[in-house]
Design a protein around this ligand. Structure first.
Ligand SMILES: *Cc1c(COP(=O)(O)O)cnc(C)c1O
Length: 421
C-alpha cells in the first residue's frame, strides 16, 4: 500500500459483518475463561490483552497504523508528546547515564531533558545540530546511551541532517531517536534515513483538529540491543519474572520493554476515545499535509516579498538556510509552519497579531485552522529582550501555522494586519 492508502486502511481490517469504522472499546478490562488463561497472559502480555493501562483495542489499531506509516515494526501510544519523549529516553537510560540531544528542539523537551531528567540523575548533553560529525562525537561519554534530535525543529524550523546523526550514533553503538512531529510520516520517514526510534506529539498534525493530546513511540526494529551497551535488554528482568527482552521478543525488544516496564509503572496510556479521534485525523493526514505545504509556501513567498517583514524562515523557500537539507529530507514540503520577524520589533508584532481576524491567537500549532503565536509574549515571556536575542528569538518574531483555509483568505488577513502597522 502507498502511504495515502495506509492512512485509511492500516491497523484495522473488519471481517464479515463487523463495524466498518474502528470501534471505541470502552472497557478497562478483559474477560478470561479460566485462571490458567489469565496466568498465560501474564507470562506473555503480547499474546492477549491484560488491562487498559497497557493496551486497548482502539488504541492498538492506531499504534499499528502509525507503525506502518513510519515503517516501524511496532508502536506504543502515550497520553502526550511529552510522555513519549520521556519514555523513549527512560527505556534506555537510568540514573548515572547520559544521552546527547541537539539543542534546537521543542522548548518543552529542553525543559524535560535539562531540568527534570537531571533530577533523576540522567544527564543530557546538548550539541549544535549543525556541527560536523567530529564535533558531535566529542560529546560522547562511556555512559552515553542515545542520540536525540527533531526532524524539523519547533519553532526554529531548522532541518536536521538525520543521516549525519545516525552515522555518529551508530559509530558509538547507540540508537538515534527522532522527534518527527512537524513533518509527520507523510513528509519524512526518519527510519529510512537511519533513525532507530521515532516519536511524535500526535497532538499536532496527526490529530490536526485540536481536539485531543497524545504521543507515540515507534520502534524500527533495526537496532542491535545485544551489542553489550544495553544489559537491561539482554539480562533477565526480575520485575517481569526473568524475561530477557532480546530473547523473548527479538526485533521488538525495545517497544515491548517500553510497554511492560514503563507503561506498567507510569500508566500514561491514552483513552480509547482519544485514540478514536486520533484515528480520524490520521485518515486524512496525507491529504492535509500536502495542502498545508502548498498554502505555507505561498504564504512564505508573500511574507518574503513584504517590506514590513525583516526575515522569513521556511525551509521549503528558496534561499532559506535549510533549503538544501529540506530538498533532501522534506522533498514534498516542510509543513505548514513558518516563522517570520516583523520590522519594528515587539510593538509591531503585537499590533500585527492583534489585528489578525481569520488567524487565531492560540498556544497551539499544526491545526486545520490558521493560528499564530508570539513567542516573546507567550512561550518565552519570562526572557528580557537581551535574553531573547541570545535564544535566537527577537521581539518581532511570529510563529505562523498555516491552516487549510483558502490561501488567498489567509494572505488577505495577513495583508490587512500588516497595513495596520
Ligand atoms: C508539542 C510538541 C511536543 C510535546 O507534545 P505534547 O503533546 O504537547 O505533550 C514534543 N515535540 C514537538 C516537536 C512538539 O511540537
Amino acid at each position: 500500500m502507498k502511504i495515502e492508502t495506509k492512512c485509511l486502511h492500516e491497523g484495522y481490517s473488519p471481517k464479515n459483518t463487523e463495524p466498518r469504522v474502528v470501534p471505541i472499546v470502552q472497557s478497562t478490562t478483559y474477560v478470561y475463561d479460566s485462571t490458567d488463561d489469565v496466568a498465560a497472559v501474564f507470562d506473555d502480555p503480547t499474546k492477549s490483552l491484560i488491562y487498559s493501562r497497557f493496551e486497548n483495542p482502539t488504541v492498538m489499531a492506531v499504534e499499528e497504523k502509525i507503525a506502518a506509516l513510519e515503517g516501524g515494526i511496532g508502536a506504543m501510544c502515550t497520553s502526550s508528546g511529552q510522555a513519549a519523549s520521556l519514555l523513549s529516553i527512560l527505556n534506555l537510560c537510568s540514573a548515572g547515564d547520559s544521552f546527547i540531544s541537539t539543542a534546537t528542539i521543542y522548548g518543552g523537551t529542553v525543559n524535560l531533558f535539562a531540568v527534570t531528567l537531571k533530577k533523576l540523575g540522567i544527564e543530557c548533553i546538548f550539541v549544535d545540530a549543525d556541527a560536523d560529525e567530529q564535533e558531535i562525537e566529542k560529546a560522547f561519554k562511556p555512559n552515553t546511551k542515545a542520540v536525540f534530535g527533531e526532524t524539523l525543529a519547533n519553532p526554529a524550523l531548522k532541518v536536521l541532517d538525520i543521516e549525519k546523526l545516525a552515522r555518529v550514533a551508530h559509530k558509538n553503538n547507540v540508537p538515534l531517536i527522532i522527534d518527527n512531529t512537524f513533518p509527520t510520516p507523510i513528509l519524512c520517514r526518519p527510519i529510512e534515513h537511519g533513525a532507530d526510534i521515532v516519536i511524535h506529539s500526535t497532538t499536532k498534525y496527526m490529530d490536526g483538529h485540536a481536539v485531543q493530546g497524545g504521543g507515540v513511540i515507534v520502534d524500527s526494529g533495526k537496532f542491535d540491543w545485544t551489542n553489550g551497551k544495553f544489559p537491561e535488554f539482554t539480562e533477565p528482568d526480575e520485575s517481569y519474572h526473568g524475561t530477557v527482552y532480546t530473547k523473548a521478543y527479538g526485533k521488538a525488544a525495545y517497544i515491548v520493554k517500553a510497554r511492560m516496564q514503563l507503561m506498567r509503572d507510569f500508566g500514561c496510556y491514552p483513552a480509547a476515545h482519544s485514540a478514536f479521534l486520533l484515528n480520524l485525523g490520521l485518515e486524512t493526514l496525507a491529504v492535509r499535509m500536502k495542502q498545508y505545504c502548498i498554502n505555507a509556501k505561498k504564504v512564505a513567498e508573500f511574507l518574503d516579498s513584504s517590506d514590513k517583514v525583516v526575515s522569513v524562515s521556511y525551509p521549503g523557500l528558496k534561499g532559506d538556510k535549510y533549503y538544501d537539507l529540506a530538498q533532501k529530507y522534506l522533498p514534498d514540503g516542510s509543513s505548514g509552519v513558518i516563522t517570520f520577524s516583523i520590522k519594528g520589533g515587539r510593538d509591531n508584532a503585537v499590533k500585527f497579531m492583534d489585528s489578525l481576524q481569520l488567524a487565531s491567537n492560540v498556544v497551539h500549532v499544526a491545526d486545520i485552522r490558521t493560528c499564530v503565536l508570539h513567542p516573546a509574549s507567550a512561550t518565552h515571556r519570562q526572557l528580557t529582550d537581551e535574553q531573547l536575542e541570545a535564544a535566537g528569538i527577537d521581539g518581532g518574531m511570529i510563529r505562523f501555522s498555516c491552516g487549510l483555509e483558502n490561501v488567498d483568505d489567509i494572505i488577505d488577513d495577513i495583508k490587512q494586519a500588516l497595513d495596520k502597522i
